[in-house]
Design a protein around this ligand. Sequence first.
Ligand SMILES: *Cc1c(COP(=O)(O)O)cnc(C)c1O
Length: 386
Amino acid sequence: MAGTARTGPSRAAEIAVPPLNLAGQFAALREELLKEMADVAASGYYVLGPKVTTFEEALARYCGSRHAVGLSSGTDALLVAMMALGIGPGDEVIVPTFTFFATAGTVARLGARPVFCDIVPETYNLDVSQVAGRITPRTKAIMPVHLYGQLVDMAPLLALAARHNLPVIEDAAQAIGAHDAAGTKAGAFGLAGCLSFYPTKNLGALGDAGALLTNDDRLHELVVKLRIHGSGHTYYHDVVGGNFRIDALQAALLTVKLRHLDDWTRQRRAHAARYTELILSANLAPEQVRPPAEIHGQHIYHQYVVRAQRRDELLPFLKERKIGAAVYYPLPLHLQKCFAGLGHKPGDFPHGEQAAAEVLALPMYPELTEEQQRAVVDSLVAFYQR
Ligand SMILES: *Cc1c(COP(=O)(O)O)cnc(C)c1O
């Protein structure tokens, strides 16, 4: 019988679905991007300069912010925002416990204390109703994170911050273009908004880059100085800053890509709607795979994140089938080893801890095909039917 035995019906999951398709995005814009690269190379102007100014103007316009300052990374945007506010030892900054490390890491780097707050399970964002209880006389700022591309419930947060006269620094690294019903965009609500253009973000550079948004003229002026070691005039230093400069090359490439961002967002949103439809109509129990909820404003689906039963068994199963799913993030920040000194223990922020145990990001990028999405959902069904 050798050679005639059936190996099983061919299955959709044999289609590989990589976690990202950055090379595909480059290929689609190849001519435009290569022209910018050649321009920058020939100009001899490689750090800051006219390409950066052009990008900053386009970015500020896009985000609905008075100013945008191009910076070296999203992490540095958070750092420089807090440096500009004079945050340091003895100060506290309120952050969600469930986020990328940089949100709290930058607070700690300045010698200040990240004060963690739990999240709302449906949105994975800061539970605004718990923020008031975390404010002390040492609180110097509140740092909400628009996680996965969905806005934090900003109206009550801004009202609370105003009552306590506290600045809001938005970590909008995952949320460029997300907006509320009035059209206000992520990063334009607070005193400062921080963006990342890390290659995997919705607007990605070909290297590291970030930006700070603000409507405040004085903050803008200070951040521009801090970006170049605090100097107003070359080699005369008014304050101590750092090297937070953005490359001209990244700014030039980002200016091109920014023109495509709304198209990419539309595609991401269409893919999200299709994932949800496929999951809800598949042969899955509701507790096995729970699609994300769009509750606050327009979600830009930096990530499409489901809650999955037996997530830690599902992940290797998907890997085996070449489905590039990922976990953002497996351990909430209050339980990270580097923050052991803050004295937290499991159970302190139960929603953040549960999210860390259950979340699973499915492949999400504009170039994703319907066939690939079907392969992803077929694999989910196959796992729970084993
Ligand atoms: C990516 C990210 C950052 C940091 O941005 P980098 O450009 O990588 O330094 C900060 N916060 C969040 C929530 C992020 O996702």
